[in-house]
Design a protein around this ligand. Structure first.
Ligand SMILES: Cc1ncc(COP(=O)(O)O)c(C=O)c1O
Length: 420
């Protein structure tokens, strides 16, 4: 029973896929496994292990501390590549450092310190937890008002809600371009324009967008952004994050963690903090060099493929997932928990089912389909165009249909695992 969409349709799409050859550039140890969680942790690029071996053996083992002469600029160098190929920013506006949470703290803190007289922070009530917690902490420490904008769990934030909240007391708006749960994609230029008109700054979290959807920070009038490199950018578990500050703001903003990596003439070890004028003023400390190095070969793949082509394929993968879900899964009690068309989303799609957690465990076990679960009752299906095939989507949804129809998940524990 194929419900009107034969596997041959997916096979034809794979045959016509201009990015098909990129899949071979990733390590795939189990050809049976369908991996649909690249929005959480991207696959390992084949070139990464060799590069890391070289950095470990030659750089660390041979060069020892002398290698820092070369390593010290890697965060800025990779930042420039990310700016040019992924983020639409200018040289010297992006740097890799710390984690997304820490970068969010640094840039939100810097923006709030510069916005004296304004005491409100706006955030999406359904934004990723770390963003909400970081902002709660900042608001609490500084006696600011934090307003949580109500947003639709599946449809995302309505810009009218934002518009009516943007009064003259708002200092900062923090939003994710792509919602971590539903995949809802916001209109960055429009949001920036609304905030600018109200005299507020916007800090973007691009974690689920970078490397999946075209981002043009300069054209969209963006001032501040942060994001992960371990999702669609395939930088590896816990690879350091990026931060973007528009160049005209470097002189205006000072971040709250005054580390020596932001210091002018760092190795003169001066008595007082005096930050450099450029983007490095937003650095804090010695980077985790091995994790930073792993971003290099991963980024090279995204650069070679091009984000526009990645997006074009992502839209087609999303369309196939939508069509299969409507034909096969809706009759089994699933409903879409994402905006209705791929163009309104990033590169993942969510499906609601009351037994989603147990289904997710069964999929990852005997059915060999890895996606993830997000509260409440949602399966999140990540489509990572550099290695996800159309037949992967077809096979995964066919297995999902089988698991659900046969209720083979019924014996699985209902309690959530430590990691979902
Ligand atoms: C939207 C978003 N922001 C931030 C983070 C967390 O970043 P980190 O744990 O690397 O600080 C995640 C992690 O998945 C995320 O999805």
């Amino acid at each position: 029973m194929e419900g009107g969409i034969p596997r041959a349709v997916a096979e034809e799409l794979d045959a016509a896929d201009p990015l098909a050859a990129f899949r071979k550039r990733f390590v795939i140890t189990d050809p049976e496994l369908v991996y649909l969680d690249g929005n959480s942790l991207g696959r390992l690029p084949a070139a990464t292990s060799d590069l890391l071996r070289e950095v470990v053996e030659k750089g660390w083992g041979g060069g020892l501390v002398r290698s820092w002469q070369e390593w010290i600029d890697w965060g800025a160098r990779l930042g420039d590549r990310l700016a040019a190929h992924v983020l639409g920013a200018r040289p010297g506006e992006v740097v890799i450092s710390d984690s997304t949470s820490v970068n969010l703290y640094k840039l939100a803190g810097a923006a709030l310190d510069a916005a004296r007289g304004r005491n409100t922070v706006l955030m999406d009530a359904e934004d990723f937890p770390t963003n909400r917690y970081v902002l709660q902490g900042l608001a609490d420490q500084r006696g600011l008002r934090l307003r949580r904008l109500p947003s639709d769990l599946d449809g995302g934030l309505d810009l009218d809600v934002l518009r009516s909240a943007l009064d003259r007391d708002v200092a900062l708006v923090v939003l994710s371009l792509v919602s971590y749960r539903s995949g809802a994609l916001l209109d960055m230029a429009k949001v920036n324009e609304l905030a600018r008109a109200a005299g507020a700054r916007v800090l973007w979290d691009l974690s689920h967008a970078a490397g999946a959807v075209p981002v043009d920070l300069a054209a969209a009038g963006a001032e501040l952004a942060v994001g992960c490199t371990y999702k669609y950018l395939n930088g590896g578990p816990g690879s350091p994050a990026f931060l973007y500050v528009r160049s005209d703001l470097h002189a205006v903003l000072r971040q709250p963690v005054w580390g020596w990596y932001g210091q002018r003439e760092q190795f003169r070890m001066g008595p007082d903090y005096d930050p450099v004028p450029g983007i490095e003023r937003f650095l804090v400390s010695t980077p985790p060099l091995l994790s930073l190095a792993a971003i290099d070969p991963a980024l090279a793949l995204v650069e070679e493929a091009g984000v526009d082509r990645i997006r074009t394929k992502g839209l087609l993968l999303g369309r196939l997932a939508d069509d299969l879900a409507a034909a096969w899964l809706t009759p089994l009690g699933f409903r879409s928990a994402s905006p209705g068309t791929p163009e309104q989303r990033g590169s993942h799609v969510s499906l609601h089912h009351p037994d989603a957690w147990r289904i997710c465990q069964t999929l990852a076990g005997e059915a060999k389909v890895v996606c993830d679960y997000r509260v409440p009752d949602r399966l999140r299906i990540g489509l990572s165009p550099l290695y996800t095939r159309f037949t992967d989507v077809w096979d995964a949804l066919a297995r999902l249909r089988e698991v659900t129809a046969g209720r083979t998940y019924a014996s699985r524990p209902a309690d959530l695992a430590r990691v979902t």
